[in-house]
Design a protein. Structure first.
Length: 283
């Protein structure tokens, strides 16, 4: 039972976890007229900015792969660039919110940690669940948008459920790792934020991978080892129905993310459980 003590703690305190998530979502925008909807509006504003920049300023005639997109890419450009961008940017925003939010949450919750009966394990999970609530709302809004423009993928849309589960598996271990390390090494949060900025532009979210691979020999290996590139590829495969970001099969992408997520969970859980007794002295 000792080996799954953290999981048991999370299950036993699931109601407390949900109450903390609701409190977190409410207090972010306390006193505002729109309230919790700002958590959806802010990512949408950023999405509109990206659409404007790449549709108007730089235009959307980015090179596509006609072989993978069929007649929709007969002109050699990305069709429905707004949908293409949404399928990458929405899961990225949730991943960013999970990692950044969880990294600082233990260090900033000293009052709760120092209570003898408070289960510290639910704090990183609080940030993760809150980010996935926002992701669920934005993906449902994307589904409504796809219906309006006549591009709804049908039953493929239900694939967002296993994809969100896969994304959860990918990030949960990393969140526990970074949140624990940040308690003892407070530079972890800014280092992670800077690293995520690099990762964003190393992932084909606002541009197709071919824009890089056609110009740089061997660049396809950067996308092959990038887990976020695989994740974005899977979301686009389900919602955009075409994908040309990663040079491997969908099955390989899923297996890679599962293995990487399992490894991250083992490491993150080990670091957290080994350090849990020392958290009170550091926060």
């Amino acid at each position: 039972m000792r080996g799954i003590r953290m999981e048991i703690e999370l299950v036993r305190n699931r109601r407390l976890l949900w109450e903390l998530v609701k409190r977190d979502l409410r207090t972010r925008y306390v006193g505002s007229v729109m309230g919790v909807f700002w958590s959806v509006i802010n990512p949408l504003i950023m999405l509109i900015i990206y659409i404007f920049v790449f549709s108007i300023i730089f235009r959307t005639d980015l090179p596509a792969d006609p072989a993978s997109m069929g007649p929709r890419a007969a002109s050699g450009t990305i069709p429905n660039f707004t949908v293409y961008l949404c399928c990458g940017l929405l899961p990225w925003n949730a991943l960013l919110e999970s990692l950044v939010g969880s990294t600082a949450i233990i260090a900033s919750s000293g009052g709760l940690i120092k209570k003898a009966v408070f289960p510290a394990a639910i704090l990183p999970m609080q940030a993760i669940v809150a980010s996935f609530v926002n992701l669920t709302i934005t993906l449902l809004l994307l589904g409504v948008f796809l219906i309006v423009i006549g591009q709804f993928p049908g039953l493929w849309f239900v694939m967002i459920v296993p994809l969100m589960a896969l994304q959860f598996i990918l990030v949960v271990g990393a969140c526990y790792f970074f949140s624990t390390v940040n308690v003892f090494f407070r530079d972890m949060a800014p280092i992670l934020s800077a690293s995520l900025n690099f990762l964003f532009w190393l992932t084909p979210i606002v541009y197709p991978a071919r824009l890089i691979t056609d110009r740089m020999h061997g660049a396809e290996y950067l996308f092959l080892v990038n887990p976020v590139a695989h994740l974005v590829r899977l979301y686009r495969q389900a919602l955009y129905r075409y994908s040309f970001e990663v040079p491997c099969s969908v099955g390989v992408s899923i297996a890679y993310l599962l293995c990487l997520g399992a490894l991250a969970y083992i490491v993150g859980k080990y670091v957290f459980t080994r350090s849990q007794s020392h958290l009170v002295d550091e926060v």
